[in-house]
Design a binder for this molecule. Structure first.
Ligand SMILES: *Cc1c(COP(=O)(O)O)cnc(C)c1O
Length: 228
């Protein structure tokens, strides 16, 4: 079933790509496996997805220990990261999607330095005014990125956002558009030493809209594990 869900998902991704002429369709699908079993993750790998996302470090660690022989897996931290979990996070994750404070960035840098790692990260941006969401406010992103430049063991790869959920997916479009525009504006700045490449946006409900707005990394749970 997971295998079929992934085929369906890829078909839908490809069809959006060709309709908005994103060619070749260079989209990374991260299978978000929180609350799913190790066996389900194995099925995802067998179906050809090697990017696995978790939202809690403890749970990720347990799964990582069981699956670490499968070296093709790239582990993604997609949930809010607490500073006291950074030590473990830096050991297992290839990409941390949720950098949302200077304090957290500093701690990731410190822990990465200790194990001689350059930690790849995304900055989580709060594109909607909902109070419960984490993330840097769009108006503060520029300053924030400039601060991150001084951390030698961080590599800022791009931006991430979570859109509010709506019954009608179309309503998520403005939030994804904000993220794409931030990336474009930032990448026109000459004095900054790197480019933002990744836009991590779009989940099971709204990934088609996110793709139309320029997402190149999707975080998908239910559509893979439940076929919804
Ligand atoms: C759970 C989760 C997802 C996947 O959500 P689905 O609706 O199951 O596709 C994506 N991003 C984050 C941050 C999540 O916590």
């Amino acid at each position: 079933m997971i295998h079929d869900n992934i085929l369906d998902l890829k078909r839908r991704v490809n069809s959006v790509c060709s309709s908005v002429s994103v060619e070749p369709c260079n989209i990374t699908i991260v299978a978000v496996s929180k609350n799913r079993s190790v066996d389900e993750i194995r099925q995802v790998i067998e179906a050809g997805i090697n990017d696995i996302g978790e939202n809690r470090v403890q749970e990720a660690l347990l799964k990582y220990r069981i699956l670490k022989n499968i070296t093709s897996i790239r582990w993604h931290m997609v949930g809010h990261l607490q500073t006291n979990k950074v030590k473990d996070a830096v050991e297992i994750f290839d990409l941390i999607h949720s950098v949302d404070s200077l304090h957290l960035a500093e701690e990731i840098n410190r822990r990465a330095e200790r194990i001689n790692k350059i930690q790849r990260v995304l900055i989580e941006v709060k594109t909607s005014p909902e109070l419960t969401k984490f993330g840097i406010e769009p108006g503060k992103l520029h300053e924030f990125i400039k601060e991150l430049v001084k951390f030698k063991n961080l590599e800022v790869k791009g931006l991430m956002t979570i859109a509010p959920s709506f019954a009608e997916a179309e309503k998520t479009r403005p939030f994804f558009r904000i993220l794409r525009e931030l990336k474009e504006v930032f990448n026109q700045e000459r004095e900054l030493p790197f480019k933002l490449e990744i836009l991590s946006m779009g989940m099971s409900n709204d990934f088609e809209i996110a793709l139309q707005e320029g997402a190149n990394m999707l975080r998908i749970g239910r559509a893979i594990f439940e076929g919804e």
